[in-house]
Write a protein that binds this ligand. Structure first.
Ligand code: GLA
Length: 672
């Protein structure tokens, strides 16, 4: 099934975009390619939504225009990231086979007219798509312009959870493989409750809309199934391409705020290189920190290897309630933050702004205004910088902090029957990460159970669902000398969503030395005070320390007198527990205390400036290391650094000034 990974080999750091030439005439293609050359674009994703163009009628293929576009790109020395074209079924297919249309939770179908209108389990869809993939792979598998395969597009973006009869049948097959025995399924889902016991496999449906709360175990397994089902689809396309092409394969992940449906820990091993799409979400409290988190998670998915930022935007998107442009310099800061955090490619959606269709107000590298625009000038500037820093490709990010992240915990946390609907898993992860980010710490994001041996500080925010063996890895690392922080609602359920009894935090209980008896969530808009004066919100817990030292207690609120922050010595290290959501400044102070205990610092000395305004990361290569310093603030900063600064081309001797809003990248003389 899966083949050994074939590395993505690009000369330097790729700079590119999605390109949709179907929307334009050949005269425009020539102008596009000339401007791409000016901007130093060298990797272009095409044919992502090509199906209705290259197979206009069933079994009738027309590759003339695609041949032409690929030929022109090749002649200009631009490499191609070739879409398989299957991201959206053509109208002829959905008209002939309306049964491939996806069904949502209330049992109604969703119609064509948007995109991704297919059920991930549909055999008819799969057969038709694979026939197209074979044609595309036969035609272009050896084409010298093709550098990378781009399978489908953002698989599961809209259709990850399909509830139709065909999905139901596939779900039952998946369940039989997982449980073999229906009693094992009944035990796993706790169906003794509310008379839900199943006697026959055929009685089981997807978790369609119910009148009352549904069964959380059922929903958790449906998430697992849905993620596996789309991965199976990815593999089916990959299996068609591999015998016909020796180029690496990937698909664009959506490690970005709010998209939760695919467990990319299970997907990543199938990617020849991890690729991610990231869009700043201005609805978040701290979009800059979330960008850094998403980049660190993208790197983590590949085990620290370089990855590709397959899409981001030069400005406004079109799908948030308020779609705002980027501030001057922000394209550079955002793009180079991804590079700092391990990206070996920086690409945008899309090349030329559409004038029609659902995304006509989405920003692009070449905006509606044309080249006489700040966006275009910044794109060209970025292209120049990306070329100048090409030697950085292949280097790896240094980090001594790990953050444990889990899609399964995310799914289980978001259950409808949780203690507070205001507690979100990703919010907890972001808050914890933001505190570390504001201190300039570099964080590797790892899966539960991952080897933690290189990390002095381990952060475990809201790891609601955890297996005993995953908790044991964290405890062992602490016993070996690390400092860990576990935060509230962690260790509450096992892999079957069954509560760990005997006191919350379950398998973390002995490590943490606390006995948590009751959850006492705090109402939206209310705060509680800790006896060290700090404020917190959202959550509190009633309980007591067993072996831990109480660092701070709740001074008021529903858990007054119970511990809020504890520290438990464990072997050669210490495990801290936080049973509430601290306000950001207090959270930062807590992480600073843990970092100091663990001996981890930001990668560079700050002589002047505010660390929370700076993005500081070091990538280490075979020959040199590279210090990235990105100043998001409004005041200049001065850092201790020596080497060649690659953005300005100026040598630095002991002191690097990073003006407000700018990016500096120093090739350091000695390994720091
Ligand atoms: C996703 C898709 C693109 C485009 C962008 C818009 O990332 O892959 O086709 O729709 O969103 O932000």
């Amino acid at each position: 099934m899966t083949a050994p990974a074939r590395a993505f080999e690009h000369d330097g750091i790729a700079f590119g975009c999605d390109y949709n030439p179907e929307q334009w005439t050949p005269e425009i293609w020539d102008e596009d390619i000339a401007l791409m050359t000016e901007a130093k674009v060298d990797l272009v994703a095409i044919n992502i939504f090509g199906w209705s163009h290259i197979e206009p009628r069933p079994g009738e293929y027309d590759f003339d225009r695609l041949d032409d576009v690929i030929g022109r790109l090749h002649a200009a020395g631009i490499r191609v990231n070739l879409g398989t074209g299957t991201a959206s079924p053509p109208a002829w297919l959905t008209r002939r086979h309306p049964e491939i249309l996806p069904m949502v939770v209330d049992g109604t179908r969703r119609y064509p007219g948007g995109r991704q209108a297919f059920c991930p389990s549909s055999r008819i869809f799969r057969d038709a798509a694979l026939q197209l993939v074979e044609q595309v792979a036969r035609r272009y598998g050896d084409h010298p312009a093709v550098e990378l395969w781009h399978i489908s597009n953002e698989l599961g973006c809209h259709n990850a959870l399909c509830y139709c009869d065909e999905s139901a049948a596939a779900f039952r097959v998946w369940l039989r493989e997982r449980y073999s025995d229906i009693d094992a399924l009944n035990a796993a889902w706790g169906t003794a409750f509310w008379s839900q016991t199943y006697r026959e496999w055929d009685e089981i449906l997807p978790p369609l809309a119910t009148l009352s709360l549904g069964n959380p175990g059922h929903m958790l397994d449906f998430h697992r199934f849905s993620s596996d089902q789309l991965l199976d689809y990815y593999r089916a396309e990959a299996d068609v391409i591999r015998p016909l092409s020796d180029r690496p394969l990937t698909t664009n992940f959506m490690v970005t705020a709010h998209i939760e449906n695919l467990d990319y820990w299970s997907w990543a091993p199938d990617m020849d290189i991890v690729a991610n799409d990231h869009y700043l979400d201005n609805r978040l409290a701290d979009p800059t920190s979330e960008l850094a988190f998403a980049a660190d998670l993208s790197r983590g998915l590949g085990g620290g290897a370089p990855w590709i930022l397959m899409e981001h935007s030069t400005g406004a998107v079109n799908w948030q309630p308020l779609n705002v442009p980027k501030a001057p310099g922000q394209i550079l800061r955002n793009s180079l933050t991804h590079v700092a955090r391990g990206a070996d490619g920086v690409c945008f959606f899309q090349w030329r702004a559409s004038v029609q269709g659902a995304e006509k107000f989405h920003s692009a590298m070449l905006p509606h205004a044309g080249t006489d625009s700040a966006v275009w000038r910044e794109v060209v500037e970025l292209g120049g910088i990306v070329e100048r820093i090409s030697e950085i490709a292949g280097s790896r990010v240094d980090a001594d902090v790990a953050l444990v992240f889990s899609w399964e915990a995310w799914w289980a946390t978001q259950s409808l029957s949780r203690p507070s609907q205001f507690v979100g898993y990703l919010d907890q992860v972001h808050a914890c990460y933001a505190a570390a980010h504001a201190l300039g710490l570099t964080v590797d994001v790892v899966r539960p159970g991952a080897d933690l041996s290189g990390y002095a500080l381990v952060l475990v925010p809201g790891l609601h669902l955890v297996r005993a063996e995953e908790a044991a890895v964290i405890a062992d690392r602490v016993a070996d000398g690390a400092t860990a922080l576990v935060t509230f609602f962690s260790g509450t359920v096992d892999a079957e969503d069954r509560v760990w009894t005997g006191g919350y935090t379950g398998p973390f209980r002995d490590l943490l030395g606390v006995q948590i008896e009751e959850f006492a969530p705090v109402a939206a808009g209310q705060t509680v005070t800790l006896d060290d004066g700090s404020r917190a919100s959202l959550w509190s817990e009633r309980g007591h320390a067993t072996t831990a030292e109480v660092v701070a207690s709740f001074a008021d609120g529903p858990s007054a007198g119970s511990p809020a922050v504890t520290r438990n010595a464990h072997g050669h290290g210490a495990a801290w527990y936080l049973s509430t959501q601290l306000e950001p400044s207090a959270y930062r102070d807590l992480i600073a205390r843990l970092a100091s205990e663990a001996g981890v610092t930001s990668p560079v000395a700050i002589h002047d400036g505010e660390v929370s305004a700076l993005e500081l990361v070091r990538r280490r290569g075979a020959e040199a290391s590279y210090l990235f310093a990105i100043n998001h603030g409004t005041a200049s900063a001065t850092l201790g650094a020596t080497g060649d600064e690659l953005v300005t081309g100026v040598a630095v001797h002991g002191s690097l000034e990073v003006p407000a809003g700018s990016v500096r990248i120093v090739r350091e003389e000695a390994a720091a």
